[in-house]
Write a protein of this length. Sequence first.
Length: 292
Amino acid sequence: MARIIGAIGTSHVPTIGVAYDKGRQEDPAWAPLFEGYKPVAHWLAEKKPDVLVFFYNDHATTLFFDAYPTFALSVGERFQVADEGAGLRNLPDLKGHLDLQVHIGESLVNDEFDLTFLQNKPIDHGIASPLPLLWPHEPDWPGALVPIAINVLQYPLPTARRCYRLGQAVRRAIESYPEDLDVVVVGTGGLSHQIHGERTGFNNVEWDAEFLELLRTDPEALTALTHADYVRRGGAESVEQIMWLAMRGAMGPHLRELHRNYYLATTTAMTVVLYEEVATAAEATQAALEAA
């Protein structure tokens, strides 16, 4: 039976990919970001998961506003990294786990989630920006992906609660898959940022910290917030945080935070966190006290 062994939350800022491709990992402006991903990369290298299930959004690269689904599952053995206007990146095609994709798709539809299915479509920076910081890619990626796109661009958006319930359904799907697989669930996007309008450049460090604490300890409180609540607190584009709730829904009630890096150097709060499940609330509390 497949099992979820951990979860990752990560920003997917496109400039992360640009800085990576230009070899700016040691630049003073970028080093704190890249250093912050190394503990997560080391954890992945140690755990060797077979599959990463990504909750992400397409930035009008493969999908567009004349036909933009609420939830979409990509199905295919390989996915090209999309050219978003700066040319193709020097990355191998992303590997897909076709059997698990099909199983999750069937399970979610039977669980009354009406999915769109994308076949062999390119994947943009929603996944491709953070992925090279998490996994090595020469000569190829060490594992496969299940990409699940969530609409956070064109209203009406799915609610925070609906995304949380999607994560719970994905967990049920993974745990019903008969093959012995280790799976890590990844939520991308956010945190606070706004890149247009009167509040361009807006960030809210206090809200970001509160969100991350509630994500670990009380995700149901976050599911009660409206889209307007997220926008008001974190900026228009911070509504992407609902994708982190899909990741959180796939995890159990009690989590230990193994690592957190928060770096605010541009218009977007760039963050990476790593979680493992623990059996009880007391264990989660003790872990948080030890990390403080």
